[in-house]
Design a protein around this ligand. Sequence first.
Ligand SMILES: Nc1ncnc2c1ncn2[C@@H]1O[C@H](COP(=O)(O)OP(=O)(O)OP(=O)(O)O)[C@@H](O)[C@H]1O
Length: 299
Amino acid sequence: MTSPPVVEVDHATKTFGDNLALEDVSLTVVRGELVGLLGPNGAGKSTLISLLTGLRRPTSGAVRVLGGDPRDPATRVALGTTPQQTGLPETLKVREVVQFVSKHYPDPADADELLARFGLTDLVGRQCGALSGGQQRRLAVALAMLGRPALVLLDEPTTGLDLDARHTLWNAIEAYQADGGTVLVTSHYLEEIQRLAERVVVIDHGRVLVDDTTRAVIDRVDVDRVSLVSTDERLGALPEVMSLERDGEEATLLTPDADALVRRLVTEGVDFRRLRIAGASLEDAFAQLTAMTVPGGHR
Ligand SMILES: Nc1ncnc2c1ncn2[C@@H]1O[C@H](COP(=O)(O)OP(=O)(O)OP(=O)(O)O)[C@@H](O)[C@H]1O
């Protein structure tokens, strides 16, 4: 018998009064996938996650996690989650919270190993209220993985973290996936999703715009990113330039044809130095995809 997908969202719609937060969303995630869930503010990401954690019920359609109803405790025991806001008991020590959470699961992970993975070993005797925001965030994600869940849902896990703490988290998330875990992660840091996720689901105005491999999503945008140092006023008006951002003398522009742009710079006698050309990023793809939608969910 084949096991059911880890996540199955089947034509799910969620309304809050007149507000259509999700419209006819369908999504399947199988074991071992690490999927990035992207969308602008208010797109419906947190609503979708709340359906998967069983905190909310779809207005119509169905949501199943490991073949079961996520509102059923027997299903939820296989689910780890980190909400956007971290709420840890202030006066409990890290060790105590870990023991407490651990007791809720039939086959918890080795706590020492998990804490080491998240760089928290030296903090086990510290009260949660005395942890920095970044340490609390790391602990929250570690707790989400403590019960050896088949699926973890991470809503903005690295918001507010410094680069070191983000790297620690990324490595821990990858280690969890390497152990066979399945991850659905939202983030406003698109370079993070580009690094972690093999697959990206973009939602906007409550609808799935794109569901594809990260590589394929990036390849949809046929643009190059060109950076150079130049004060020339004509840059933004060149026909090969789609968009231009300036940071002092540093200019970053998007172009559909970097070769043609470079030829143009030379023939027009534009003064420039430190020219660098890179392919499009997930951020470029995301900007282009979501710019194509208008409020109301029409494409
Ligand atoms: N409890 C609620 N009552 C009424 N409307 C809600 C409720 N929760 C969410 N919404 C609305 O549903 C839509 C989707 O919101 P949601 O929080 O899912 O978006 P999001 O993609 O997670 O946004 P963000 O990136 O800002 O967290 C928004 O229009 C929001 O205002």
